[in-house]
Every structure is written in C-alpha cells, then in structure tokens.
Design a protein around this ligand. Sequence first.
Ligand SMILES: Cc1cc2nc3c(=O)[nH]c(=O)nc-3n(C[C@H](O)[C@H](O)[C@H](O)COP(=O)(O)OP(=O)(O)OC[C@H]3O[C@@H](n4cnc5c(N)ncnc54)[C@H](O)[C@@H]3O)c2cc1C
Length: 668
Amino acid sequence: MKNLLIIGGVAAGATAAARARRLDNNVNITLLEAGADVSFANCGLPYYLGRDIAYRSSLILASEETFHDQYRVNVHTHTQAVAIDREKKEVTAHNSQTGETTVFPYDSLILAQGGKPIVPPLPGVDKSHVFQLWTLEDMDRMDRYITEKEPKRAVVVGGGFIGLEMVEALTKRGIAVTLVEMASQVMPNLDGEFAGMLTKELQDYGVKLKLGKSLQSVEDKCVRLNDGTAIDTDFVLLSVGVRPTLQLVKDANLELGTCGGLKVDEHLRTSDPFIYAAGDMIEITQKVSKKLVRLPLAGPANRQGRIAAENALGGNHPYTGALGSSIVKVFEVAAGSTGLSLKAAKDAGFDADAVVVHKASHTAYYPGSEKVSLMLVWDKASNTVLGAQVAGRVGVDKRIDVVATAIAGGLTIDDLAELDLAYAPPFNSPNGPVNMAAFTAINKQTDFSPSILAHEFEQFVLEQSPIAIDLRDPISYAKANLRGTNNLSQNVLRENLDRIPKEQTILLLSDDGQKGHVALRMLKGAGFEKVYNLSGGYISLERHARAVGFEHLSVGLFPIERKTVHDKKEDVSEGLQAEAACETEESGPIILDVRTPMEFSMGAYPGAINVGLDSLAQWAETIEDKNREILIYCASGARSSYGMRMLKQMGFTNVENGGGLHDMMARR
Ligand SMILES: Cc1cc2nc3c(=O)[nH]c(=O)nc-3n(C[C@H](O)[C@H](O)[C@H](O)COP(=O)(O)OP(=O)(O)OC[C@H]3O[C@@H](n4cnc5c(N)ncnc54)[C@H](O)[C@@H]3O)c2cc1C
C-alpha cells in the first residue's frame, strides 16, 4: 500500500489529507502536526477573543479522532518532523509529549508547514505580557491573561489584517488600544484613500494611532518607540508579519524561491519529484502580474492542499496561482482588494489606469444603504480589468468577489459595464457599484470624462495651478474643505461660465465624484477643454489626506464621531418622531425641508423645518392660510418638486421649489 505522509495539519495539510482519502480509499495517509490541534480555524481566533464567537469549541473544525473515524488518517499531534531523508524517503519526527522519536516512511510527501509570526529581536519581547496570535494555545494564553489580569491598556504592534482584527477584539474586551504601525498608514497593502476609511473608523472608536513609528523595546509598564516616546501599557500584541517555516526544507536541500518561500512547479511539486508543498510556505504566481509572490492566505492554502493531494497521488492538476483577494473588518467597516493595485499594475509593466466611485450598497431608499467605495484598475491597452479595492460598511465582500471573478475570467471594463447582477432594493441598485465603476472607467478611458485620483491631486495642482471648484453644498463645504477652492453650485457655475477664462485648467470636486462628472460634461459642452474631475470627489480626497496626508495642500478632515462598541444602530422611529415634533411658525414664509430626518440632521437651511414627503399632506392640513409663502427644498430638487406639486393640488398658491440644499444656500 502506498504511503502518503503530510507534515502540517491545519489549512493546507488537513485539506490535503481529506482530499487524498476521497481520491484514494487504499492509500495509507499519515499526518504529523507539531502543535496540539489539527484543522482549527485560525482565522476565527480574533473573533473569539473579541467574543463575537461565544464558544471556543466552534473553532475546532476536526480532531485527531474525527480524522481517523471519517477519513482513516493517522494523525500524530505534538509530533514535529525534524529531518527528511530524501534518499530513503523517510521523515524523522519527535513527539514533544512522550519524547519518542519515530521514523515515518513515505512514497509521496506533502509539506504544509505554514509560517510563524515574526518576533522582532528587540529588548523585552519575551516578557509575559507580550503576545503573538497564531495558534489556539496563543489565543488561550491571551484570553487567560485578559480575564485574570484585566489589563486596561494595550499596544498592538502592526496594522495589517491580524493586528486590526485584534484592535477591535481588545476594544470589545474594554481595553484602550494604541496601534503602532511602521508604515505611514494602516493596511499598507491598500491605497491611502481605502486605508483612510479604516483610519477614521479606528479614530471614531477611540483607538490611538502611532503611524510611521516602530517599536524599540518593551518594558514592564510601557513600550518605547523609535521617536523616543513611551506608551504606557499592560499588554502588548506583536503582529508584524509571518515568516514561512523553512528549516526542514533547507536542511533537506530543497530549492528555495526568489521571494523567501519554498519553490514549487505548476503541479506544486518541489525540486524533489516525490515531495509536494502547499500553503503559506510556498511561492506562487500572482495571476495578473504573473510574478512569483508569497500570499499567506487561507483560501489559496486550502485550494493548494486539494491540488497537492491529487498530484501526490499521481494526478496531473496544474495550479494556476492566486489573485490575492482579501478582506478585513474593523468595527463596522470592511476593506479589501483583489488583483493588482494601480501601483502594482504599473510596476508589473501595465499601462494601467484607475477610477474611484462611492455608490450605494443598495438603493438609498431602502433601509441600511451605505456607500461602497470601489477603485477599479484596468489595462489601457486591452481594457482588461486588473484589480479592485473596496471599502464600506455593507456589501464590500460581494463587490470584491464580483471583480475577482471578472479578473479570473479575463473580462474588460466594457464587459463589467454590461454585467447583469442581481438587483432588488435590499441588495443592490439597478446600476450598482461594480457597473458604475465600469461606466466611470469607460468615461475616463474614452476621454469622455477625464479625471485624476486623490493620490495624484497634489502633483496635479502643483503642475497645473487649476481653478478648483468644489460643487458640494455649503454646509458640507463648511464642515471640511480644501483651502483655496471655490464653493459653487452647478447652477451658479452655469450662470457664470463667461467669467472663467477658457484657457485655464479647471478641477472639479464634488461629494463622491458624480456631480463633478455632470458639471464636467456641462463645461465641455460649453467649450472648456481643460476640465478634470476628482475621481471619488471629496470623500476620496479626505480619506487620502487622513491616511497619508499631503505635503502642500491643506485638506480639512471630517470631525471624529465618538463611538463605542455598545452604540446601537440608528433608530429610524426616533428620526420620525424628531420630524413630527417640529413646529411651524404662526406667520411668515415657511422653509420646508422634505429630506429624511437623517439628511436633515447632517445640516439644513437655517430656520427650515423638516417634513418628509410621506407626512407632507398631513402637515399641510394644519396650515390654514393657503396663500402662505412656502419655499420647499430637498437634496437635489427632485423630491421638493414632487412636494410642490402635492401642495399645489391641495390648494396652496404660493409655493416655490427652492431646488437642492446647495441652491438654497446660494440664495442667502
Ligand atoms: C489569527 C489569524 C487570522 C487569520 N485570518 C485570516 C483571514 O481572515 N483570511 C485569510 O485568508 N487568512 C487568514 N489567516 C491566514 C491563514 O490562516 C493562513 O494563510 C493559513 O492557515 C495557512 O495555512 P497553512 O496550512 O499553510 O499553514 P498553517 O495554518 O500555519 O498550518 C501549518 C501547520 O504546520 C505545523 N508544522 C510546522 N512545522 C511542522 C513540523 N516540522 N512538523 C509538524 N508540523 C509542523 C504547524 O504547527 C502548523 O499547525 C489568519 C491567520 C491567523 C493566525
């Protein structure tokens, strides 16, 4: 009987063992695992620590016993492989509990040893209040410490996936957290404006950020950073990256790759034809750039495990690589990416471009809608989609997955624009974020609507000295703006076109980029040649400024909204009550705001009362004087024109549609 030996029993190794059994009922499968557990959900560890997952047992996906009962796999836990004899096809392993050394023969060997968190060689990192998170034991140790010692302050070092998940978990355990990150932004794999949304969420939840700073030492009651500052803390989590576990393969003289991992061929075979490898320890091809990379992620590890098992049993299944699709949740915000960023695409030799949209996760009128921010990257030569970054509170995963599928299928931005995606109000819009990003990309690609990105903004301003026009309403403008811009509504702009010199470059900013595009088309139609829109509008500019900053520009940031983990979601009925409570003056003109209570609460025309369209008829019945002057407005003028018609049908004679809030403010 053939012997299949697997080293490492979590994502790649456990998957390989189960797959091998399904493929071959006769093969003798043995799995060696150095730790105490096989097949546990390491991705779930932070959520147990944060108590989103209530039961520790939920993290155990299989045990030694279930592996044997279900798959007839001989699992040896606490058993570390210490040497591979490639000549004899044997692995020597040491059991840390019994002290025994055993030799395991193999016909085929699968290495699935994963990696280990990096511990920087700094003074104090071995202290008892310093932790890493990789295994269930790590989690238990941390959990015990938190329960018993009740630390009040924690420092998390490293603002990547695990670091951020742990910031949330520790905050949920009532601990005040400081995040230290050596790069100038959190999640360095994301563009600044996407990291900026995470930054704001962390700040809203009171997390202190030390960006561009590195840890120098850990002391009993504080950590010291490279800028000389000391941060008081009772708990330190180091989460500064993962290093593949390669000592065994180095000792066995297996060939290593060029970026720090084990080299495998397209069948996941190492330089030894009888040894296969899968998971965090290997180098794989990034599917878009075709470059070799290390992508320590669970999805690729699981799929590689399946394929390695098949090939180790004589199959011929090629592994084509991975896109690196990933996502992280920080409190209520999710952010992630797939394929290549614009920079990575350019580095890989593509003549790439990108646009950003912020589009409702589902129709804005259905409760729970939030903007999804999506950056779409494409190749200008072929129009092929190369990558995307997505952030938001709702529906982020779906958009990453749609674009990932589009990349895998070699779709172009034109295909994406035509993509027929499921729609009903609770789920999407008829033209959801993905379609909208594709339309915007096509508009840029065809020069129908030239735009620049937030990270290009500063250079553009320095080079072109444009007239920068901010089209947002004055209330939004007053909250945060870019010094030196002119705040004009599109209507005011239209009426004053003759005052703008035609040879001057014009740069348009709006909330999310959409109004800027409309105004750009108006200006182009009026003969202006050098007009550009800021892709993603002020939202993108603000997020980039928050995450990365600009050297020469003074970009106002939106105020921090203090949140706690106990905050409840917005109660719609409270908003309605607030609306019903507003009172109308006895005499004089009535300024009527027919937006929703939430929109109203964000800023309104001075003296306006808020009556939504649904309550308008009921409210109007309380007004006896049908000749009373009423000025009605909303966000864009659409709902107010509907309201004006209603009031006129009810006999009101003196009603005027003031249009959008912006037009109203321009009247003052
Ligand atoms: C806290 C945490 C959260 C994560 N969250 C996500 C996420 O949300 N999404 C995502 O995609 N990825 C996530 N990951 C990463 C993901 O878990 C890994 O990419 C995946 O587990 C890699 O699988 P692997 O089988 O290659 O390695 P591992 O899962 O690390 O397993 C390797 C195993 O091999 C064993 N081993 C090593 N050497 C030997 C030896 N000589 N003898 C015997 N056994 C040995 C180790 O003890 C280990 O158990 C997370 C990881 C952690 C730790």
